[in-house]
Write a protein that binds this ligand. Structure first.
Ligand SMILES: Nc1ncnc2c1ncn2[C@@H]1O[C@H](COP(=O)(O)OP(=O)(O)O)[C@@H](O)[C@H]1O
Ligand SMILES: [Mg+2]
Length: 381
């Protein structure tokens, strides 16, 4: 029997999940998303849209009544409401897992209780707590919003005593944690998945380069030693063992100067650093997520062709409609998300630069340089 799939969030991740779902008509008959933005990316590829906030109780109840299975592309959904509608629809990853992950403090507490390394952190409830934390961790340190953060928008790096008050004021009223700064050598991630029957499978380790807290490019595979790969993959596995629920998880990690691995954070969903799988692997992370929540055998995760994913971010210089981006080069795959308006650093699309026969990562990096100026947004008019 085919199922109706409900997705909390209809941005680019929801869009690419929906596209994969449409390729599985024998399992999924219809896709419905909740998203506050009219004509959201997922609705442009055939998903029905409920226009509402991700936390809108009535909308979530409505979605659960209309869907057989529910998943999410964003971790800010209301986990308590989701839990209350579990009798109407199967929800994966489970609302209990979502509740832990969507709060960076609960998430880090959970990981450290399960002996998985994370940067040192403390809960912040007052200005005095911040000062106490800084005495312990020293400078720099990161003050972070516990919830609803993305693309670095919930982080404030405190470099010196003069910045403490400014950092605290920046988050007015929000729940916070303070984290020790990790002078990492590299950021890496593992896209791991578990299906409803307990099968676990992960994609190879990739390297992530951020600019101003936003993912700029992902290099698959990561340029690290076998030992580092093994450590990271073990940690990813241990993490999957303790985290309940089916679906794809994006596990972000730091490689420290002495080649140890600490987890930065986990996303209970498909992840920007997994977009390369659309071309580099037999099974994309989006199909894998659906296979996981549908209880199907998980797909092949071998990296068939080294690939660099380069994010197309809105230019800093303007807000507004932009000249459509096109690119026609062999082995370069452009994916735009159908967002009409460019805003500074907004994720508008990505390109996957795929290795043909024997191109090395260095050669792919040069190719990225040569196409950068073709994927800059420019205002119309
Ligand atoms: N403890 C830390 N030490 C050093 N850099 C950090 C630390 N925490 C975060 N960062 C940097 O900031 C980026 C965004 O932080 P993250 O907590 O992942 O926020 P978001 O939820 O916005 O992705 C990370 O990818 C990393 O580059
Ligand atoms: Mg992050």
């Amino acid at each position: 029997m085919t199922k109706v799939l409900g997705i909390i969030g209809g941005g680019q991740l929801g869009m690419m999940i929906a596209e994969s779902a449409k390729n599985m008509p024998e399992y999924i008959s219809k896709i419905i998303v909740i998203d506050p933005t009219e004509n959201c990316p997922a609705s442009q590829v055939g998903a029905e849209q409920i226009i509402a906030d991700f936390k809108d109780k009535k909308a979530i109840i409505d979605l659960a009544e209309k869907s057989d299975i529910i998943t999410y592309e964003i971790e800010s959904g209301d986990s308590d409401v989701l839990k209350s509608v579990e009798k109407n629809a199967e929800i994966n990853p489970s609302p209990d897992t979502l509740k832990i992950i969507q709060d960076k403090y609960l998430q880090k507490t959970f990981l450290s209780e399960n002996n998985i390394s994370v940067p040192d952190f403390i809960k912040i409830e007052s200005f005095e707590d911040v000062k106490e934390g800084l005495r312990r961790f020293g400078y720099p340190a990161l003050l972070k919003a516990r919830r609803d953060a993305y693309d670095g928008r919930g982080n404030f790096k405190i470099n010196s005593e003069e910045e403490v008050q400014k950092a605290f004021d920046y988050f007015k009223g929000q729940k916070l944690l303070l984290e020790k700064f990790v002078p990492f050598k590299m950021e890496v991630s593992v896209i791991a998945s578990r299906n409803t029957k307990g099968q676990i499978k992960a994609y190879p380790l990739v390297e992530n380069i951020h600019e101003e807290n936003i993912l700029r490019q992902t290099i698959a595979p990561a340029r690290v030693s076998k030992e580092v790969i093994e450590k990271a993959e073990n940690i990813a596995n241990n993490t999957m063992e303790v985290l309940k629920g089916a679906g794809v998880f994006g596990i972000e990690m730091f490689v420290t100067k002495d080649d140890n691995i600490v987890i930065n954070e986990i996303a209970p969903r498909v992840h920007n650093s997994g977009h390369h799988t659309l071309q580099s692997s037999k099974t994309s992370q989006f199909e894998q997520h659906l296979r996981a929540i549908l209880g199907l055998e998980l797909g092949e995760t071998t990296l068939i062709r080294p690939t660099i994913m380069y994010n197309i971010l809105g230019s800093k210089s303007f807000n507004g409609k932009y000249i459509p981006i096109t690119i026609s080069e062999s082995d370069v795959y452009l994916k735009m998300y159908g967002k009409e308006i460019s805003k500074p650093s907004r994720k508008l699309g990505h390109v996957n630069i795929v290795s043909n026969e024997n191109e090395t990562i260095d050669e792919l990096l040069k190719k990225v340089e040569s196409i950068k100026d073709k994927v800059i947004t420019k205002p119309i008019e």
